[in-house]
Design a protein around this ligand. Sequence first.
Ligand code: PLP
Length: 426
Amino acid sequence: MGDIHTLDKSELVERYSKLEEKYAEFKSKNLSLDMSRGKPSPDQLDLSSDLFSILNTNTLKTVDNNDIRNYGGVDGIREAKDLFAEILHVRPAEVIVGGNSSLTMMYDTISRALLKGVLDSDRPWGKLPKVKFLCPSPGYDRHFAICESLNIEMITIDMLDDGPDMNKIEELVSKDDAIKGIWCVPKYSNPEGITYSDEVVNRFATMKTKAEDFKIFWDDAYTVHHLTNEHPHLKNILQACKDAGHPNRVFIFASTSKITFPGSGVAAMAASEENSQFILEQLSAQTIGPDKINQLRHVRFLKNLDHINEHMKKHAELIKPKFDLVLRELDSQLGDKHIASWSKPNGGYFISLNTPDGCAAEVVKRAAEVGVKLTKAGATFPYGKDPKDRNIRIAPTYPSLAELKVAIDVLCLSVQMVSIKKLLND
Ligand SMILES: Cc1ncc(COP(=O)(O)O)c(C=O)c1O
């Protein structure tokens, strides 16, 4: 088939009408497929079924003899703090184990910053005329939704091959004290699957910020979510910040949502001990403590980092074939046409596809018209607006392989049709 840019107008028209025939065939099938959100498939959820039976009335005490059925322990049970400390490569005293969602912890952290300020604030962020966050993009739509709902102005930062554009970030944070934070998904980023290089981590830790209370929201959601046996190394941001003399600069977040059960997992955050103590003081006005029963059963089930890595291999066995299928089809259907590029992640939950500029929204619309739901175009950018209208997030984990094949066929077909239409109209 080859590069569509080498075709003349009549060849393009001919190609388009062939694709239209295929599109009509898909339409007649009344498909209903959903690739819009990164959810584990039912067989992945089955991997954690033991969670339902792992606790009984003889196992209700924590290592330090606290009854998990009762109030108390605002920072989480000791063994859960130990487990997250191992996962996040920090000390247990630097960990606060929370409820069922890290996103809630992020939202609450920002809400408290707006209402009360963070450790180094001279006043609550909400008392300032403007608060701005940097948003490496494409990124995670729900991070951006938090900012939008709390009236925080978002500034888009380009993602490069080894993390966000640090030149731009350093320039902006050094000049503008209204910039109070940045969102980062440093390992297997959502949606591109990029892991930040050591240099990027170092620059985050050492950069000069005009705001003394600038915070990095380091969402390590995919820290153990490897697809292959090659695990990229992510430099320890908390240690790097300490070494650079900025120990209180970073809040780290993670959860077991995609290790066990999304919505019924355990979330945690980590920060310097001083930072954690500051947060705990505020937090104890908010709650008497998290769900310790869920924390204990997770610790009993997940045990330690080695055991989690074994468990994650079982996830990978189920989802790697899905990633492989998507990548194979993208390659065979679009590889030689010079109309799209895509990420080839070694972990995480997504593949990021770039269409020609100005085409993503139309591609998503066309796929939806034949029953294939994709993540909304623009969702991976602040305010839901992709300035180049080209990025589409593919979430391959939930559908079966058979469903995925059809969904990708529709996606590739839609990309080709919209790209040709654009060429014909240009
Ligand atoms: C980067 C990132 N952070 C956080 C979450 C949600 O985490 P939780 O279920 O712990 O709220 C997701 C879910 O897709 C995610 O992709």
